[in-house]
Write a protein that binds this ligand. Structure first.
Ligand code: FES
Length: 145
């Protein structure tokens, strides 16, 4: 089995979504990638600690995702008022997932796609889904539980 290792263009962005520019037309293959450290990392380790707000409810699109590549955080809203959060580190080769489209979160490093409902792999090469992070909704904020 070969490991990934092909060069990827890494880009760190504070917010990588918005629903725009997701048609794939004219969008260069850019990805937010972590360092070279292969040490295991606790899911959500880069996200704010328990009790801290992750994102405003209003910033999470219904049927889509808020993606923060710096904090490796994905917060989705599969249906109105239902929120989920996931570690934004792709299980394949640890790139940060960075795009969304058609109810999927996408890792542009090698094309893995994950369901916004549960983080499950829809298309590899990722061997498993995104790790879920426990959250609650407090007022107008999604908060890490
Ligand atoms: S790191 Fe390879 S698909 Fe995400």
């Amino acid at each position: 089995m070969s490991q990934p290792g092909g060069p990827a263009i890494c880009l760190s962005r504070r917010r990588a979504l918005g629903g725009a520019a997701l048609a794939g037309v004219g969008v260069p293959l850019l990805a937010a990638c972590g360092g070279d450290d292969d040490a295991p990392v606790e899911p959500g380790a880069s996200a704010p600690p328990p009790g801290e707000p992750l994102v405003a409810v209003a910033d999470v699109p219904v049927g889509g995702a808020y993606i923060d590549t710096e904090q490796r955080l994905v917060v989705t809203q599969p249906t109105a008022g239902e929120f989920k959060a996931f570690d934004g580190t792709c299980p394949h080769a640890r790139c940060a997932v960075s795009q969304q489209a058609q109810r999927q979160v996408i890792c542009t490093c090698h094309g893995s796609r994950f369901a916004i409902e549960d983080g499950a792999v829809l298309d590899g090469p990722a061997p498993e889904g995104l790790a879920e992070i426990a959250i609650t909704v407090e007022g107008d904020q999604v908060v890490r539980a």
